[in-house]
Each structure stands twice: as C-alpha cells, then as structure tokens.
Design a protein around this ligand. Structure first.
Ligand code: AMP
Ligand code: MN
Ligand code: MN
Ligand code: MN
Length: 282
C-alpha cells in the first residue's frame, strides 16, 4: 500500500531532525514516498534523497515558500522542483536574506517584554544560520522556562498581538508560484485551513491562487478537521485543483502526527502525485 507524505521539515529550516533522521523515521512509519519541504531553503534535499535511496523509498524534492498575501502570511509548497533552478534559488535567497533582520526585531521586542538574549538563544537552536524562524525563538523560550513547550510559547508570544511578533514582508504570491513552476514543480497551497480566517477571504485567496498558476491544495494535513478535509476536497474539485497530503512534521514532541500517520485523501480527490507516474517501487 502507498503511503505518501509530501510536507516535512528538517533542521535545515525549523525541524528538529537531520534530513537523514527524518527520512529514516518516515521509512520506519511505512512512508513509501516522502517530500522534504523546508522553509525557504533546499539545502537538505541531497542528503534526504540519498538516505531515501538507501532505504528504498521514493523521494520528492520540495520546498515551502513564505509568502505575504493581502497582509496574511501564507505558505506555498513546491513539489518535484529542480533544486538547481537558478531563479528559484535566487528567490529563496532573497527571502532568507530578510530573516536575520526580522530575527533582530523579534529579539528586541522580546527584550522589551523582559526576555533578553533571544537572538543569541534562537541562533543556538538554528542549525542553518540563514533560517532563523519563530520555532527557534520558541525553543529558547522553553529553555528559559518561560513556557512549558513550544505550543505554549505560541499561545503567549510570537503571534499577532503578542510580544515578539513583528510584521514582515515575504515573497509575493505570484512570484513564489512562478519560481516553483519555473523549476518544473507543482505549486501547492499549504495547510489552507490555517492560512486565513473567514470564508470570503478564503474564496479570494483560492481565486487568486488559481489565477496566479497555483495547481494544488493540501487537503489532508496535520491539523485539518474532517470538516476541513471535506471542504478543501470540494474546493479542489470545484476549482480543478489537485489534492496533496502532508503531515507538516517538525520533530519529536512538537508535532501531533508523525510522518505518514495521516488519513488518506478523500476518494473524490485527484492526487497531486497522479501525474508522477508509477510510485510503486520494484
Ligand atoms: P516563521 O517562518 O519564522 O514565521 O515561522 C513559522 C513556523 O512557526 C511555522 O512553519 C511553524 O513551524 C511554526 N508555528 C507557527 N505558528 C505556530 C503555532 N501556533 N504553534 C506552533 N508552531 C507554530
Ligand atoms: Mn515550520
Ligand atoms: Mn507552513
Ligand atoms: Mn511546513
């Protein structure tokens, strides 16, 4: 039986595991096709592909691109990308270059809230100094005893309206989709249930995503309720979009679901992997 998981992180971005550890865990869970989709960086793909080859599972090159759309942060996953494509690499480098300045601002805000040393603290948790992300700050805050775990940190800090949140301008939706498609990939709207609030905004996002060349949405992802799975499956079908399935796994203790431990796509969906040929390994 196929078990396809197309959204996972390693410590090349804000995951906890090395690419090798991630692929090994996924393979142990029975995943037969795995994508690594680190935020704004493709550095982990070579190692992950090699480990997947050694373990006899299929590997898909991926990335998760940070985008600002109508003042909302949304994420576009690129699947089956060419990780050497220059326009894609340039685009991702541009996004990464903004992260350090943002990290400094986050640290300043936390210092004002009485938590000093957050930049140095977050950097100690970031294995890739080019990707300092909010989970690295969250891990530092846990380490300081400010909150019990990363999830608890995000309830009190680092999100809109709370200490340590700073506004940031990521890539534009259209450019992110064109980098992914230009690199031969499929552009997938990640965890749509977590993107925006309100039916009107969601409709507008899906309209603009399709108009800009978006091809798929993640129907099954870690925190979609069964109602959301049904809703996005219907949206995908109505709009002629492919459907993806991905756990958005970040690491032990920080994710509800391990790689591959997700419900299947609803049967009426057209899977994003349908065009990728026979996924059965011989
Ligand atoms: P950044 O790209 O630096 O804004 O960090 C975004 C990452 O923070 C996401 O990819 C998640 O891994 C994590 N994150 C965002 N919101 C939450 C939350 N409410 N609880 C736990 N992790 C979160
Ligand atoms: Mn993340
Ligand atoms: Mn995401
Ligand atoms: Mn993700």
């Amino acid at each position: 039986m196929q078990n396809i998981d197309l959204h996972n992180h390693s410590r090349v971005s804000d995951g906890l595991l090395t690419p090798t550890e991630l692929v090994t865990l996924a393979a142990g869970n029975g995943v037969t096709t795995l994508a690594l989709t680190d935020h704004d960086d493709v550095q982990g793909l070579t190692e992950a592909a090699q480990t997947a080859g050694n373990l006899g599972i299929r590997f898909i090159d991926g990335v998760e691109v940070s985008v600002t759309w109508a003042q909302h942060t949304i994420h576009i996953v690129g699947l089956n990308i060419d990780p050497c494509n220059i326009a894609l690499l340039d685009g991702l480098a541009g996004i990464r270059s903004g992260r350090m300045e943002r990290a400094e601002k986050i640290a300043n805000e936390l210092a004002k809230a009485g938590i000093p040393g957050a930049l140095e603290g977050a950097l100690r948790h970031a294995h890739n100094p080019n990707i300092v992300a909010r989970p690295h700050f969250a891990r530092y805050l846990v380490e300081r005893g400010v909150a019990r775990d990363v999830r608890a940190v995000f309830k009190r800090f680092l999100v809109k309206g709370k200490a340590g949140y700073v506004k940031h301008c990521w890539a534009e939706l259209g450019e992110a989709i064109s980098w992914i498609r230009g690199a031969g990939g499929v552009a997938v709207l990640a965890h749509p249930g977590r993107c925006v609030v309100g039916r009107d905004v969601m409709d507008r996002l899906l309209d603009e995503f399709v108009e800009a060349g978006g091809q798929a949405i993640e129907v099954v992802t870690c925190n979609h309720t069964s109602d959301q799975v049904a809703f996005f499956a219907a949206q995908a079908n109505r709009r002629g979009l492919l459907a993806s399935r991905g756990s958005d796994y970040h690491g032990p203790g920080e994710s509800y679901l391990e790689p591959g431990k997700l419900p299947p796509l609803p049967p009426q969906c057209v899977p994003v992997w349908q065009a990728w040929g026979d996924l059965t390994l011989h």
